[in-house]
Ligand binder design. Structure first.
Ligand SMILES: Cc1ncc(COP(=O)(O)O)c(C=O)c1O
Length: 480
């Protein structure tokens, strides 16, 4: 049987044995620079930034895109996005420092966070950034006090709870009152009352919301626009102040699943629509409901960087167990914490035998894939979910097969095995796709593992360093 089993993204080619990205042989790159190795594409970074900005502006000509730098705050990424005309969202004094170092002006910066320190608040006030997004009434009081003490005024935007639970998994839903973020309607009323009587050192310049991450649901965004329109109206009426912006947050999805169109597999990791098309509709709805008297802000992170990088990892060992071949990679959850923390799906291609992966299904086999860490949870299947499902099944013997299947889908987030060429052996290099978001800054050195290096495939066809691999000295450099 000869057919394509998954969809390869733009920029990749599997017509020869070795997988290539932007014309570079990924196996050769892995050998030259060592693995594990993150490989970023400048072409894709620029494409994502310019198409999202164009989509937002097509819907609302005063739209601005504040890249959520927590997704990846490597200097080269920040500089490329700056050149493409993006602004920036930061979540700490550290990210503020990185944003400034990459050339962003204060009015290009919004500052989020649920527990900002006094030092961070003072810095944001002193710089007079676009807005401090205020997360709680307590924080509003604190910002007011610090601005008054400094003899200045703080530009703030009020983060509200829209009551909309977007996001692929509970851990990344941020728009409901059961999450830890933002102000509910009662808290909002309290904030407005305080602003009217004691808020002289605070300028309310905007409102803000963010419903979650990997939100593959344009309807949820449209509901958040209606919510934002009502709340913006309320602030303007109660405070008599004209807002300068409405911030609709980020959360736009990418397709991690790489399944052929029409497949329902891995639905929560898929994206039915492109982020730039979704944001055009959302911005257009905001133009109608809120108007163009205010700027419209977006804060995408994942959709800007997620599909701009692959992680190259070498198979170091193998065995046969439980009826399946198992392979052991040199990359574990210390390089991509979401693989363990929220059982995130990263698609795999055997970069050393790419033509087999993409053209000849008859020679494929199903592998259990695990990482190198001394921890059973360091695997690319859902070990906790598989255990829980078995346990629940033993207590519910009367479920029909259909009910069992439904429950399995609810509990187990990841496929038990990965389909790779049957000839896959130690020494092969596997590429994990879409690892650009929420990886580089979340790496850690558990089990004495060096954090991985990263390189950038430049628009000029060169391979430029982005991040050096740890050395053994880095494993002990902070110890005293
Ligand atoms: C306030 C805020 N804005 C933007 C983002 C970026 O989300 P995403 O990467 O899903 O676009 C986040 C992510 O946690 C966030 O908390």
């Amino acid at each position: 049987m000869s057919s394509k089993n998954t969809v390869l993204p733009v920029g990749f080619d599997a017509s020869d044995a070795h997988l290539t990205l932007d014309g570079h042989d990924l196996v050769a790159l892995g050998r030259e620079h060592g693995t594990p190795l993150f490989v970023f594409s400048e072409r894709q970074l620029r494409h994502n930034a310019s198409s999202f900005l164009a989509g937002a502006r097509a819907g609302h000509d005063r739209a601005r895109v504040f890249y959520a730098s927590k997704a990846c705050s490597n200097r080269r990424v920040l500089e490329i996005f700056h050149e493409e005309g993006l602004d920036i969202e930061v979540n700490s004094g550290g990210e503020l420092y990185k944003a400034q170092r990459a050339g962003y002006a204060p009015r290009q910066i919004v500052f989020n966070g649920v527990a900002k320190s006094a030092v961070e608040i003072d810095l944001a006030i002193a710089l007079d950034i676009q807005a401090i997004n205020v997360d709680a009434v307590y924080e509003l009081h604190r910002i007011g006090e610090r601005a008054r003490a400094a003899g200045g005024k703080a530009r703030v935007s009020l983060r509200l709870v829209p009551g909309i639970a977007g996001g692929a998994t509970p851990g990344i839903q941020t728009g409901s009152a059961t999450s830890k973020f933002g102000m509910t309607q009662d808290e909002f009323a309290e904030a407005l009352a305080w602003l009217k009587t004691a808020g002289d050192a605070v300028d309310v310049v905007g409102i803000h919301l963010h419903i979650g991450s990997q939100v593959d649901d344009t309807e949820a965004y449209l509901r958040s626009v209606s919510f934002a329109a009502e709340q913006a109206e309320r602030v303007q009426q109660e405070l008599g102040a004209a807002l300068s912006h409405v911030n609709l947050g980020g959360g736009y999805p990418i397709d991690y699943s790489h399944q052929p169109t029409g497949s329902n597999e891995l639905g929560q990791y898929a994206a039915a629509r492109k982020a730039e098309a979704m944001v055009r509709d959302v911005a257009g709805a905001a133009r109608k409901l809120i108007g163009t008297g205010v700027e419209l802000l977006f804060e995408p992170g994942r959709a800007m960087v997620g599909d701009t990088a692959v992680l190259l990892t070498t198979i170091e060992s193998c065995r046969q167990r439980g009826g399946h071949p198992w392979i052991y990679l040199d990359a574990g959850y210390n390089l991509m914490i979401d693989a363990a923390a929220v059982r995130w799906y990263y698609h795999m291609v055997n970069a050393s035998r790419a033509d087999a992966s993409y053209t000849d299904m008859g020679k494929m086999a199903d592998f259990r894939v695990v990482g190198p860490l001394c921890d059973s949870a360091d695997c690319f299947f859902d070990v906790e979910g598989e255990y829980l499902f078995k346990k629940i099944m033993s207590r519910l013997p009367d479920l029909t097969p259909a009910q069992q299947e439904e429950l399995r889908g609810d509990i187990i987030r990841l496929p038990a095995t990965r389909r790779l060429p049957a000839a896959t052996i130690p020494g092969d290099i596997v590429a994990l796709l879409d690892v650009g978001a929420y990886t580089l800054e979340e790496m850690f050195q558990y089990c004495g593992r060096q954090r991985a290096a990263a390189v950038l495939l430049t628009a000029e066809g060169e391979v430029a360093p982005m991040l050096a691999r740890d050395e053994n000295a880095d494993l002990v450099s902070q110890e005293r």
